[in-house]
Design a protein around this ligand. Sequence first.
Ligand SMILES: NC(=O)c1ccc[n+]([C@@H]2O[C@H](COP(=O)([O-])OP(=O)(O)OC[C@H]3O[C@@H](n4cnc5c(N)ncnc54)[C@H](OP(=O)(O)O)[C@@H]3O)[C@@H](O)[C@H]2O)c1
Length: 172
Amino acid sequence: MSKSPDPLQSQPTIKAIVAMAENRVIGANGTLPWHLPGDLKFFKQTTMGGVLVMGRKTFDSIGRPLPGRETIVISRTMQSIPGIRVVDGIEAVLEWQTDKTVWVVGGAEIYRQMLPFCSELLVTRVSLSVAGDTFFPSFEDCFERVGLLAETPQFRIEHYRRTQDLPPALPK
Ligand SMILES: NC(=O)c1ccc[n+]([C@@H]2O[C@H](COP(=O)([O-])OP(=O)(O)OC[C@H]3O[C@@H](n4cnc5c(N)ncnc54)[C@H](OP(=O)(O)O)[C@@H]3O)[C@@H](O)[C@H]2O)c1
């Protein structure tokens, strides 16, 4: 039986996960400017079983749906392909009805639009300052650090929680 949308249903739990350099770089030439297997393992463990939301350029850089997770790609140009749900704006994500955690996984365009709706943020601080063309937006005004989840010579992983209430509904 198909469920009709419940207008009173709240938004899903939305969190963001990112790896950024000391100079806030997150990408270069459509890819990650580092190779950190330990961080990729953390990303996999953390997001497993959840829903991944990404921009079309980030999907292009990954090139396939990641196993064990639903993938939603935000795009105005991409055609649906097996294993991927394509939506044409963030509204469809905010209205998504799911019990799973929705993970915003980039890139910068999608972080910028979705961070206002995220309750938590996991930031891998990469111990590098690298050349790049894609940067993580400012988030420090709206989130506070609540934990340090891992620390290695190459990176540390910080847990942030939103300090202000989430918006009650989509801005019109
Ligand atoms: N370090 C990290 O943790 C991390 C994580 C993710 C990505 N990255 C890096 O970030 C870079 C990509 O980021 P990016 O900011 O250039 O691109 P992006 O956010 O991945 O994708 C941008 C695309 O998303 C679609 N889009 C964005 N907003 C939309 C909206 N409101 N409605 C409909 N479609 C929308 C458009 O696709 P169409 O053009 O198809 O319409 C747009 O061209 C890459 O270098 C990647 O490796 C780094």
